[in-house]
Design a binder for this molecule. Structure first.
Ligand SMILES: O=C(O)CCC(=O)C(=O)O
Length: 253
């Protein structure tokens, strides 16, 4: 189902909207199973020991045929098409589990801030696999911040962080989700996630991102033809493909 007019208005005004449960119960249980297999074992660890670390894995779809089979899901692509047009590539996916005791936060950033060189804005779909709120490591956003374009960032360890003093966080607000909800946000939306200070509430999220097929790095001119096409001329590709192989090296962590 494409975006409703209310969701579109909210997305355009605030930079985010809750799309509700786009995946059915069976799909969600398959996603959770694969996610747990990939994010709980052998994953990268982020955060710091003192506050509590948390596992992170990039590009789960390359590690799981089950997850790869969902990146061209019509429910996601109908929405993406409304905002990106008829030609779309899959940009990135990742899993972060703010498990109980993962007290470290992820600081204010825009998802565009991770790209080495400017690109057009793209879309982030944040699938909550558990209820997510401020208590268990949920999202906090600055409504309307997507309208300021790309803010200056610097790196702190592997995280792109918005420079001090450039973001007004006076109206920052939690962006809660129920298990199964898909939050859609602009890659220009300023957001952070807090630590999980609960004893027993996981906060798992699978993040999927889509860009226009002609997305290019404005600094180098590079077209991201290592990202798979998922929609061409308005048709969903049953077998997504990229012209060039993708390598995690040199990309986001
Ligand atoms: O899920 C998280 O904790 C962080 C998500 C996030 O900030 C992102 O995907 O850019």
């Amino acid at each position: 189902m494409p975006l409703t007019s209310d969701q579109r208005a909210e997305f355009e005004t605030l930079g985010f909207t809750n799309l509700g449960p786009l995946f059915d119960v069976d799909e969600r249980s398959r996603i959770s199973e694969e996610y747990d297999r990939l994010v709980s074992f052998d994953s990268q660890v982020l955060g710091n020991k003192e506050d509590g670390e948390f596992p992170y894995r990039a590009m789960l779809n390359y590690r799981s045929s089950e997850l790869a089979s969902l990146i061209n899901h019509p429910a996601l692509l109908d929405v993406a098409r409304t905002l990106l047009g008829d030609n779309i590539r899959f940009w990135w996916d990742q899993g972060i589990n703010k498990a109980p005791g993962s007290g470290s936060f992820i600081d204010w950033h825009q998802d565009n801030g991770y790209t080495n060189g400017r690109t057009a804005p793209f879309l982030t779909f944040w699938l909550a696999l558990d209820d997510s709120s401020i208590e268990n490591g949920g999202l906090v956003v600055v409504p309307g911040s997507h309208r300021h374009g790309l803010l200056p960032h610097h790196y702190e360890t592997v995280h792109a962080v918005i420079d001090d003093g450039v973001l007004d966080i006076a109206n920052a607000t939690p962006l809660n989700a129920k298990a199964g909800d898909v939050l859609l946000f602009s890659s220009y939306l300023a957001h952070r996630t807090v630590g999980n200070h609960t004893k027993n509430r996981q906060r798992r999220a699978w993040v999927l991102q889509y860009c226009r097929a002609d997305q290019r790095n404005e600094k180098t001119g590079e077209v991201y033809d290592n990202r798979p096409w998922v929609m061409k001329e308005g048709e969903i590709l049953q077998e997504p493909f990229a012209e060039r192989a993708f390598s995690l090296r040199g990309e986001r962590p």
